[in-house]
Design a protein around this ligand. Sequence first.
Ligand code: HEM
Length: 485
Amino acid sequence: MSKRVLTTESGAPVADNQNSASAGVGGPLLLQDQHLLEKLARFNRERIPERVVHARGSGAYGHFEVTDDVTGFTHADFLSTVGRRTEVFLRFSTVADNLGGADAVRDPRGFAVKFYTEQGNYDLVGNNTPVFFIKDPIKFPDFIHSQKRDPFTGRQEPDNVWDFWAHAPEATHQITWLMGDRGIPASYRHMNGYGSHTYQWTNAEGEAFFVKYHFKTNQGIRSLSSEQAAETAGKDPNSHQTDLLQAIERGVRPSWTLYVQVMPAAEADGYRFNPFDLTKVWPHDDYPLQRVGRLVLDRNPDNVFAEVEQAAFSPNNFVPGIGPSPDKMLQGRLFAYADAHRYRLGVNHTLLAVNAPRATVASNYGRDGLMAANSQGRAARNYEPNSYGGPTETGRPLSAPLAVNGHTGTYETPLHTKDDHFFQAGELYRLMSEEERSRLVANIAGGLSQVSRDDVVEKNLAHFHAADPEYGRRVEEAVLALRED
Ligand code: HEM
């Protein structure tokens, strides 16, 4: 094999990559040493801002294959035929810690899928939990501030974590989930993924449905206890990355089966609780799971920075046949992600290979800006309408319109008397075996007992009491026992 020549970034051959150019053998260095300047300057710019949440992650490519006919519910092209395959990129992540954290921690996991469809990229940016801590986006920055490292101490502070939760009774369901056995997945392969929000599907007749996505792992659910996790994180902070990378390199093809719960749009108004409340699940008795297809991962990225760190998922990247619901959290997210990408990666992040459409071509009048790499043809006009055959709109809405009524204002979502903030948390607790309950109680008490203010502890205890009297009593006893130690 002939030797390849090392070059500068402009392609000129490099004479010496071991010694800087100097004035004489021991002399000061020369400003004319382009290779040295370029190397140091590029090195200084190797890091970009990490994601403000979900900073640590791992990604892989694969495909999604439709196994069941869902054309009665959506006219999305990539879901239109049984057997149809669409390339995907999936990024998994932890949420709260910075890039320098560990994988094996108690935290929700991100489950973000990019479907490279022929009608454009469809991003489904979900978690491994079917619900979330809050239901209004205006609380998200406060919530995240309370869970991430404190600006003064530089640590995650139990005082902040539980103080926020003391003021967020709607978080009780997700806390029960997080502190339970599924709170620390053994690996990214051994957990489910959920769209979590309610989305809207529209079929070819224009009929609208509300749907919730469930990706069930075909590897089986495996979790770590708090003790196992501490040991794993100490031995290999990148344990999830190691597992995913090595499994795929070995030829293992992790897969998930996608199901949806489908609610005809007309039923939303009369449903007994707000079906757009992200802190609640839809009971499967009301809306059973219907199988859609299978997602398979089979290829590791060639370069983690280029493809995983620079991946950009936005819940607002829909394709015809799929759209948003009125879920307020989702509505906030429709803005937040692309805005984060413009800051983190720049306005032209959609030109990067991992983010650009693969099964179609982006055709529009956006031009220029930092890192512009798309000429779009020398004669292409950059305004519309034009007389030169430039791209034009279809006139067909992507999804059915959402009904609106009432007056503008800031509203708390009304709660049903039975399905309040606590009911589903209690249901989840009552579903658990005795062993699961004991571990849940011990995990909650382990955190809550570190809180310094009594009123914060009491407010949190009141939430567990409201979810289930036994749940509340056991957490209270465990907290008291630990605080007396
Ligand atoms: C990442 C905002 C709620 C799942 C992010 C990022 C932002 C953000 C700014 C970083 C984006 C980037 O730099 O690329 C918000 C806001 C929320 C919210 C404002 C609520 C109003 C949620 C919920 C879920 C979720 C409810 C799951 C159901 C994710 C995932 C990522 C992420 C998976 C990482 C995506 C990736 O792998 O690149 N979020 N988020 N977020 N968020 Fe959220």
